[in-house]
Design a protein around this ligand. Sequence first.
Ligand code: SAM
Ligand code: SF4
Length: 330
Amino acid sequence: MLIDPFDRHITYVRISVTDRCDFRCVYCMAEDMTFLPKKDLLTLEELARLCGAFVDRGIRKIRLTGGEPLVRRNVMWLIREVGREVGTGRLDELTITTNGSQLGRFADDLASAGVRRINVSLDTLDKARFEAITRWGKYDKVMAGIEVAKAAGLAIKINAVALKSVNEHEFDRMIEWCGREGFDLTLIETMPLGDIDGDRTDQYLPLSRVRADLERRWTLTDIPYRTGGPARYVEIKETGGRLGFITPLTHNFCESCNRVRVTCTGTMYMCLGQEDAIDLRAPLRASESNELLDEAIRAGIARKPKGHDFVIDRRAAKPAVRRHMSVTGG
Ligand code: SAM
Ligand code: SF4
């Protein structure tokens, strides 16, 4: 078992399989991004071995993310490899976070590889607004992909970043749509990660305010439902659906943190909001057995900090954390 200095059991790993993406969401990336040289990336075989080592150490849930995980070439091979651990019962869940652009191609394969649930990031149901937020995204393709995923039997959670003056008047419509489609919906506060073109203080919308506003029209009841992530859920009486809130800024959820993140180059970050990290690529490559790797994983977990110190502050010229969300993986 992996247990950190604050007695939190680490059972969940998020792995970014690529820092590249076919979108350029305004809160996530600058339009002109420099990506890592492909040679620095862990190979798919190395990623599979890493997942196996984590499962051996008691990890029960793996999320593949990015960048856009489904644009990495041959990523389905990795998903099938890791999905086998769901079949053997050593892993409770293998899931992905995706922008939906490739779901039309891959949803059926995901379902047959052992993926049961996926998170699709979709901030708006308005085509023009979607194309403005994602810069390069194609709305119709994403919506068609979501339909294919639904038909393939995948449980879908829609993740929307709450953006002031951008999508804040759309949440009612999104709640209704998700209710009709049978999707969960989670709203996320923007986090100060990486340089973007523009000022984040202009985007930041506290979810405490959103919830208070929604409660004027919807009956929201707190429920203990958890998916292993940081969202806190309510049930919406009128739709019967679930609505989650991820509130790193208004409500710090670190005390129950059960996870670590690994980048596509094998750097393990023990906290999304801190710079401290440990390299897993060198121990992975130094030996065919996993002893060195295990040692590095343990050393990292022993340094897991108590929590992040996010603030979105107009006076701070720099983001709280220099790396983008697409590096650490959302
Ligand atoms: N490309 C995939 C996608 O968009 O779902 C996976 C990676 S993306 C980095 C994962 C999640 O992080 C997305 O839901 C995205 O909206 C969210 N995200 C990106 N940058 C963020 C930021 N600065 N603050 C909060 N959420 C962010
Ligand atoms: Fe790409 Fe996801 Fe970042 Fe949007 S949020 S730019 S889809 S990695």
